[in-house]
Design a protein around this ligand. Structure first.
Ligand code: ATP
Length: 436
């Protein structure tokens, strides 16, 4: 019988801990709400995901430059961007059970969904930015913010990048980095946290070409998730209506994924117009205009933004890859991660710990290790070793057996089909390279 949706999340959270993907933060102190640590496999998966994004959005393109801006920025940036005044979520408390809600979550209900009492407060505006102090004096003059989005780091560096890279419009700037939001209701594992990583790209264009580039980036970004191996039928577009359109956007679409807890935003593609550069120009007096030879005019560029969450994409990848397959025996879970991003690309086993098999297996391990992250395992039955690697999302298991000594071949077991095929040891490197 199919498992209940929430069950799937519980199973996934437990697998993530068991296999070293994701642990609760500061767990030995009881954990810290909404904070999570990436373990050995999680750190590897996150790194692979970021590389996959960086390569497709920056290194493989001629028109996009990379940036790594500081998390702490001049506090005026956040006044100019509108975050100090407007980055608020209306928050409602229950006076009886002290539960806290975002107003939109209550959908107009007048009773507390948890305790049922009609003791909800009026909505209060709550600013989502984390504040701290720069230097030893904790007064209002030393307040600074942990950035709530990476985008502003790109806008304030627009002139620096334009002048140093000599890019011509249209061109983009991509950045991966931490962002912080004091979310009222974090939750659903790593879906909504207070500290998270964004993968954002801002594309600077002539205003007359905004529709063309918006469509282009919508297509590129959807294809990126498909290339990552995410199920097509679980992805869809959601257009922001007038009520949920951000103050800076002319129009906006979200890529949504069908999580076990419903369809939710994965990434936003926004037409931010000349709002951001225009505002920074006004606040600093620096000329953000661009002289375009093609259009023979001076203008403040429009921006098409693609804004993805790294942790949210990682959750999507895990949810999408998670399968329970009774044919695999008692431990039936398997993570069918795309080999491109799988943390461990291959595992090497000697069938038994004798007859020279461990020596041959270790030699294969040493050779493959020069190219990929691989794992050597000689403990327990082969079935149990396969099960461990299925949960770790490892696409290939290589076993050295009795026949290996006779003809230099090994078996390669495919994680998804569970089929085994025999291959020459000398051909293994190519076999795996082609598939990852
Ligand atoms: P939501 O409506 O889910 O709060 P948002 O519309 O505020 O998201 P954006 O400001 O457009 O999100 O941020 C871009 C991306 O950053 C989101 O699509 C998401 O992937 C990621 N993101 C935003 N807030 C969080 C968070 N609290 N935890 C994890 N990822 C986040």
């Amino acid at each position: 019988m199919a498992k209940k949706p929430q069950n799937k999340m519980d199973q996934l959270v437990s697998l993530c801990k068991r296999r070293g993907y994701i642990f609760p933060s500061s767990e030995i102190y009881g954990g810290l709400t909404s904070c999570w640590d990436y373990g050995p496999l999680g750190a590897e998966l996150k790194r692979n995901l970021k590389t996959f994004w960086w390569e497709s959005m920056t290194s493989r393109r001629d028109d996009i430059e990379g940036l790594d801006a500081a998390i702490l920025m001049h506090p005026k940036v956040w006044e100019t961007s509108g975050h100090v005044e407007g980055f608020n979520d209306p928050m409602i408390d229950c006076k009886t059970c002290k539960s806290r809600y975002r107003e939109d979550e209550l959908e107009g209900k007048t009773r507390c969904p948890k305790c049922g009492n009609a003791t909800l407060t009026d909505a209060k505006q709550f600013n989502l930015m984390f504040r701290t102090f720069m230097g030893p004096v904790e007064d209002s003059a030393s307040i600074i913010y942990l950035r709530p989005e990476t985008a502003q780091g790109i806008y304030v560096n627009f002139l620096n990048i334009k002048n140093s890279s000599r890019q011509k419009i249209p061109f983009g700037v991509a950045q991966i980095g931490k962002a912080f939001r004091n979310e009222i209701t974090p939750g659903n594992f790593i879906f909504r946290t207070r500290e998270f990583e964004q993968m954002e790209m801002q594309y600077f264009i002539h205003p007359s070409e905004d529709d063309k580039w918006f469509e282009y980036w919508k297509e590129q970004r959807m294809n990126w998730y498909l290339e990552l191996g995410i199920s097509k039928e679980k992805l869809r577009w959601h257009e922001h209506g007038p009520n949920d359109l951000a103050h800076y956007a002319k129009y906006a679409y979200d890529i949504e994924y069908e999580f076990p807890f419903g369809w939710k935003e994965l990434e936003g593609v926004h037409n931010r117009t000349d709002f951001d550069l225009g505002r920074h120009q006004e606040a600093t007096g620096k000329d953000m205009k661009y002289i375009d030879e093609r259009f023979k005019e001076k203008f403040v560029p429009y921006i098409i933004e693609t804004s993805a969450g790294c942790d949210r994409t990682l959750l999507t990848v895990l949810v999408d890859a998670y399968n329970e397959d009774p044919d695999r025996g008692e431990k039936s879970a398997v993570l069918k991660l795309s080999p491109k991003i799988a943390p461990i690309k291959a595992a090497i086993f000697p069938l038994v710990k004798k007859d020279g098999m461990p020596e041959i297996a270790l030699k294969i391990y040493q050779e493959l290790k020069t190219k990929f992250k691989v794992f050597y395992d000689a403990g327990g039955s082969v079935g149990r070793r396969y099960a461990r690697m299925d949960e770790a999302g490892c696409p290939f298991c290589i076993t050295v057996d009795g026949q290996t000594k006779e003809d230099d071949t090994v078996t390669v077991r495919d994680r998804d089909s569970m089929e085994q095929s025999r291959h020459k040891i000398a051909e293994l490197l190519d076999y795996i390279s082609e598939r990852v």
